[in-house]
Design a protein around this ligand. Structure first.
Ligand code: FAD
Ligand code: DLZ
Ligand code: SF4
Length: 509
């Protein structure tokens, strides 16, 4: 047997054949290590579907690498040689193979990157940590963009990304003459529209084995395992994305912010879990969407909106995460301390919008952006929930959840807990917004038109109470100042009723 030159550690969200660590290695002399790790499956209590998805995608990727000529040590969860964590597993592999060095693509999140940085000292062998070039904006490029700016607004970052990638550009000008078509993307959905479901993939034998394993080992985690329909290979993920481009992308823009009872996916792509673990490539996905537009198959407002989410928001939140960690995790601008209500896990609440979002989260490990931002996120901010507890909830319950993307979305975008670094204003809304964008209110036991009293939509009194409570912190923002002025116009008796309704509801949580 030839001596192993390097061990290439491939993490569970690095399932990409063109990964920098693999590109730097040689299948004839280097050995790949992958491991299903209890520590990674339980640093938060991930949704069962997410664990099954990651393990099955990892197993399939190991086979893809073997077929391409790599020697892969794949340590299953039940293997007696399993050491539960990255460091222990690597120590065992080093003892067994005595490699000259370790090669790894940088971890996507802080927790694991700290671990990796300790290895060179710990093991006394060279550890090469390579950049993750699946992201379009490197850490250095984001730092350079952010340096010296008073405000880090996504929109300007996004324009730079459009110029750098050439996506939807006519020379140096944006296709259609505008950078952003968001104002066209706010239609409420109508239940009579045809809603394509995301392409479902049948679990093969590998996935079936993983499903049994997850039920046996993580059966007490949140969420339903069945039905399991996620893609677990690159080919399946590509097929799911192709189906989205054909059937849903044309309407993605129009109904991006809409919510409908019984329609968890609407016209969303449901690909974040594939992008985040490496089964789909962000730039390729954007180029496919652009090609659909250029071929006349999808309108500009849809394609621009879709591309903006990926080269704009996705890259921008990653940049903010790495710029601001580790302190960012404990941001709490409003000083909120209320524990997360039990209904975030049980869905047992009379609020139809929250019930729908949590129920589909339990069933599908999925909720679309507006449900996360304007229902569960908005409620938590208005109710003064501890942002760190909420962060752990979002990190646990979604198949696409990884801290680098989840934390800025939760702490920055949805809770304004960073004081406005990421978002230009708090995403706070009363029931009227949810009523406008959804059909939830019709079946709700609360009345969205009432502001106070036992039957009033809780979002209403909570919204005005939030404005009154935090007026000093939000009042400088022109859009929030308008809300403060509106609150000030209420009679003293109405303000008193708002305070009492809100306090009564919060006491009942
Ligand atoms: P689509 O609506 O079809 O959008 C297409 C793609 O754009 C997504 O797949 C995703 O890769 C990207 N995207 C869209 N919005 C964002 C955004 N705000 N930030 C980063 N990427 C975006 N996204 C995650 O990938 N992982 C998370 O853990 C996560 N946590 C979130 C927590 C909160 C509180 C909020 C408000 C948003 C969070 N998001 C997260 C962003 C967004 O909600 C999801 O990316 C999206 O709902 C995934 O569904 P989709 O693939 O159908 O997306
Ligand atoms: C999310 C996840 C899970 C559930 N399980 C594993 C695992 O068993 N082995 C592994 O290598 N990676 C897993 N992951 C993904 C890691 O948590 C991810 O690599 C880190 O969050 C770094 O981004
Ligand atoms: Fe949600 Fe209020 Fe509408 Fe009920 S009435 S669904 S609580 S917004």
């Amino acid at each position: 047997m030839t001596a192993v030159r390097n061990l290439v550690l491939v993490l569970g969200d690095q399932l990409t054949p063109a990964l920098s660590s693999l590109a730097a290695a040689d299948p004839s002399r280097d050995r790949v290590l992958m491991a299903e790790l209890h520590d990674e499956a339980s640093y938060v209590r991930h949704h069962k579907k997410k664990i099954a998805f990651v393990f099955s995608a990892m197993r399939h990727f190991a086979e893809e690498l073997r077929a391409a000529g790599w020697t892969v040590d794949y340590v299953k969860l039940e293997d007696p040689a399993n050491r539960a964590g990255f460091t222990g597993q690597l120590a065992a592999a080093i003892a067994e193979h005595r490699p000259r060095g370790i090669v790894v693509t940088e971890a996507a999140e802080w927790r694991v990157s700290q671990m990796i940085e300790s290895w060179q000292n710990l093991f006394s062998i060279p550890v090469a940590i390579l950049p993750d070039d699946r992201f379009l904006c490197s850490h250095g490029a984001f730092e350079a963009w952010a340096a010296g700016r008073k405000q880090l607004r996504m929109e300007y970052f996004y324009r730079d990304m459009r110029r750098r990638t050439g996506l939807l550009m006519d020379g140096d000008r944006p296709v259609g003459g505008k950078w952003n078509f968001d104002s066209e993307n706010r239609k409420a959905a109508d239940g009579d529209l045809f809603m394509p479901r995301p392409k479902a993939c049948l679990p093969d034998a590998v996935t079936q084995e993983v499903l049994a394993l997850v039920e046996a080992r993580f059966g007490d985690h949140f969420g339903d395992l069945a039905p399991f329909w996620f893609a677990v290979t690159r080919a399946e993920a590509e097929a799911a994305f192709a189906a989205f481009v054909d059937l849903a992308l044309p309407f993605f823009g129009d109904y991006q912010d809409a919510m409908l009872e019984g329609q968890p996916f609407l016209y969303h792509s449901v690909i974040a879990q594939y992008l985040n673990c490496g089964l789909l490539d962000p730039l390729r996905v954007c180029r496919r969407a652009e090609a659909a537009h250029r071929a006349g198959k999808a309108p500009l407002n849809a394609v621009e909106g879709f591309i903006r989410q990926i080269i704009g928001w996705r890259e921008y939140v990653r940049g903010i995460y790495w710029l601001k960690m580790p302190g960012y995790e404990r941001s709490n601008f409003f000083g909120h301390t209320r524990p997360l209500p039990g209904f975030y896990w049980t869905a047992e609440t009379g609020m139809a919008c929250v019930k729908a979002a949590v129920t589909q989260t339990r069933e599908q490990a999925y909720a679309h952006h507006i449900q996360r931002l304007m229902v569960t996120g908005n409620f938590a901010m208005l109710a003064g929930i501890d942002p760190h507890e909420l962060h752990e909830w979002y990190l646990s319950v979604y198949a696409d959840a990884y801290e680098w993307v989840e934390l800025p979305n939760t702490v920055g975008m949805s809770q304004f807990a960073d004081g406005g670094l990421l978002a230009s204003k708090p995403y706070a809304a009363s029931g009227a917004y949810i009523d406008r964008m959804s059909d939830y209110c019709g079946s709700c036991r609360y009345d969205v038109k009432q502001r106070t009293g036992p039957r009033a939509c809780p979002f209403n009194a909570l919204f005005w109470d939030f404005i009154a409570r935090d007026r000093d912190k939000i009042g400088q923002n022109p859009r929030m100042a308008q809300m403060v002025r509106a609150y000030d116009k209420f009679t003293a008796a109405e303000q008193q009723r708002i305070g009492a309704s809100s306090a009564e509801f919060l006491a009942s949580l």
